[in-house]
Design a protein around this ligand. Structure first.
Ligand SMILES: [Fe+2]
Ligand SMILES: [Fe+2]
Length: 414
């Protein structure tokens, strides 16, 4: 099974459980035994990366949950649409309208990935994030597309019911109601109105009133750019992708009951991806924190509760192999997720209170943290996790994320 180590913890002789990649380029292949040169190069060039190292000792202790297939499906799906988006992006910068022909490649890629996802259903939302400021909109659109498709496929009955409730005829063909293609195109094109706003989405400080105005207008500006050949539902998704369930969103302040179910899906997917992606002006928030904030935190009312329930079931707050510091001073490794209580996974205590690795004879079988309430999680990778023991209020700021407060970011999340 893998154990997640930060680059400074790496030693020569360790074996990679998963390839080390930058964007979609493989830097070091999975299975490689690290030598001193690899370790030095990683320390010099990628000191902040998290690396999955194979851990044969823990393999002997338990059957761990292997999430590599779900990770691979996400990688292939997002890579396909991201590359298709790259072609469109180059054509669109500086333009005010998109021609039908410009998005044919994107439509083809979306259809292909929808089929691929049907054949490869996932049980977890596991996305790799890239660090490039240039291609942010492209990667972000691909991720929002992927998350929305996974969510859409998980709540089919709800989609049919909600679309029928909002449609005047009350009788919708099931295959029409469940056609996710307009949602797919809506997600991929939701932020086209941002492509020409680079000064805003990479801004580190407060925005001027004029910039705020342009930012709030990007859903409407984006819709105006779309070709007439795009379906009315896809256009609506673009126009309403920043509307919140409690009516606090923009540009119209529409409330949940009146919002199309696709708009509610894209809103949650967009916020989740924006918060968990590293940007020029902020580090990524952890999946644990964002999941907690979306389900228990002050902005929980921004999202449809049926959709956040899917996130709770599919987002792994702590990946398999994550190191959790415990209230007894020891450090454990996550070996299995807990679908009933996602913040309290199955763990094996693997390091003592001096962070020294325990020997084989000292290891015990997995502990289910939701049953052992004496043993609490204190932190993961330096982040204080005491907030997961509360279900209201505001999570304390993570001292590792000093620049969370960028105004551009606050428009996407919450
Ligand atoms: Fe947006
Ligand atoms: Fe967005």
């Amino acid at each position: 099974m893998p154990i997640v180590l930060s680059v400074p913890e790496l030693q020569p002789g360790m074996r990679l459980y998963q390839s080390v990649c930058n964007e979609y380029t493989v830097l070091l292949p999975h299975g490689k035994i690290l030598d001193q040169r690899d370790v030095d190069a990683l320390r010099r060039r990628y000191p902040d990366l998290k690396i999955l190292i194979a851990d044969p000792l823990l393999d002997e202790m338990c059957e761990f949950q292997d999430s590599s297939k779900d990770r691979e499906t996400a990688r292939q799906a997002t890579q396909t649409v991201s590359q298709a988006f790259a072609g469109v992006r180059k054509k669109l910068v500086g333009r005010t309208e998109i021609r039908s022909a410009d998005i044919l490649g994107l439509q083809r890629a979306a259809a292909q990935v929808l089929q691929f996802m049907k054949e490869n259903p996932v049980t977890a939302l596991l996305l790799e994030k890239t660090h490039s400021a240039d291609t942010y909109i492209q990667e972000h659109s691909a991720n929002v597309f992927y998350i929305s498709m996974v969510v859409g496929n998980s709540i089919k009955q709800y989609i049919v019911e909600e679309r029928e409730r909002l449609s005047k005829s009350q009788q919708l063909e099931r295959s029409y109601a469940l056609n996710l293609a307009p949602l797919a195109m809506g997600c991929l094109l939701a932020d086209v109105g941002m492509l020409n706003l680079q000064d805003i989405y990479n801004a580190t400080g407060p925005l001027t009133p004029e910039q705020q105005e342009r930012l709030r207008n990007h859903p409407v500006a984006g819709e105006k750019m779309l070709p007439p050949s795009l379906s009315a539902v896809a256009r609506m998704v673009v126009r309403t992708h920043h509307e919140n369930f409690n009516g606090s969103g923009y540009p119209y302040g529409m409330k949940g009951e009146k919002l199309h179910v696709f708009s509610r899906i894209v809103r949650a997917a967009d916020a989740f991806d924006a918060a968990t992606s590293p940007r020029v002006y902020k580090k990524a928030k952890t999946e644990a924190r964002v999941l907690w904030e979306m389900t228990y935190g002050p902005m929980r009312e921004h999202f449809d509760p049926v959709i956040t329930k899917v996130f709770t079931a599919m987002v792994h707050p702590f990946p398999i192999g994550a190191k959790l510091k415990l209230s007894n001073g020891y450090t454990a490794v996550v070996v299995r997720q807990n679908s009933k209580a996602p913040f309290f996974p199955f763990i094996i205590i693997a390091f003592d209170d001096q962070n020294r690795r325990l020997g084989k004879e000292q290891l015990r079988p997995p502990i289910e943290l939701s049953r052992d309430r004496q043993l609490k999680i204190v932190s993961c990778d330096g982040e204080d996790l005491s907030y997961i023991y509360t279900t209201s209020g505001i999570a304390p700021a993570n001292p590792n994320n000093k620049d969370d407060g960028s105004e551009a970011f606050n428009y996407a999340y919450p």
